[in-house]
Design a binder for this molecule. Structure first.
Ligand SMILES: C[C@H](O)[C@H](O)[C@H]1CNC2=NC(N)=NC(=O)C2=N1
Length: 192
């Protein structure tokens, strides 16, 4: 099914925004997947994301064609001590975040980071999860901040320390962590 560029939609953004807003869930994140039809163009499925932005304001992230996490998870991180490596701006981060939809984009003391939480089934399984993440990080030469609090609350922050911000490395690592299939270690959803 072809992905049609959003600006070709015949419905106005306002109409679609109203429609999507009604689907907004209390967590401020709606994901509106629907085949949309206009008079001349059958629009492929699309996702309409609202994302928590750095200043905790929710705003509609605008239409984005489908991003597939496979693109990032097949990439390789580059050395963080490269002189050419620069932190990306919030706009660029908001574009890339749709490729790792389970992660949140946060701004912690002026530093953009990726963050995600899980519930581990036990304290030891939380550490086993960290071990699996550590192997990915070592293979990539790019490392997350790992937190295990309250015995089973697993939180991971990812950012590039050498540039005090986000680079594509962080999204690649996030995509690879999202690709880990460890249902024996983690509950289905954080908070369950
Ligand atoms: C030389 C090597 O690239 C650096 O020491 C790496 C190691 N892992 C890293 N991980 C992260 N998240 N940020 C860094 O700046 C970083 N630097």
């Amino acid at each position: 099914m072809p992905i049609i560029c959003p600006r070709l939609f015949s419905l106005s953004r306002v109409q679609l925004a109203t429609l999507c807003q009604s689907l907004n869930n209390p967590h401020g994140r709606s994901r509106f997947f629907a085949p949309l039809y206009s008079s001349s163009i059958r629009v492929a499925q699309m996702s309409w994301d609202t994302r928590e932005v750095s200043s905790d304001r929710y705003r509609l992230g605008g239409f984005r064609s489908f991003c597939t996490v496979k693109d990032l998870s097949t990439k390789k991180c580059v050395p963080c001590n490269s002189d050419t490596l620069k932190a990306m701006n919030e706009e660029a981060a908001n574009t890339l975040i749709c490729q790792v939809p389970e992660w949140n984009l946060i701004n912690q003391d002026g530093v953009l980071k990726l963050q995600r939480s899980w519930k581990a089934k036990t304290f030891m399984k939380g550490l086993e999860f960290f071990q699996a993440v550590a192997e990915v990080a070592e293979a990539e030469g790019h490392h997350p901040d790992l937190h295990l609090v309250g015995w089973n609350n697993v939180n991971i922050d990812i950012w590039t320390h050498s540039v005090a911000g986000l680079t594509e490395n962080d999204f690649i690592l996030a995509a690879k962590i999202s690709g880990l299939n460890l249902p024996h270690l983690l509950r289905k959803q954080a908070g369950k």
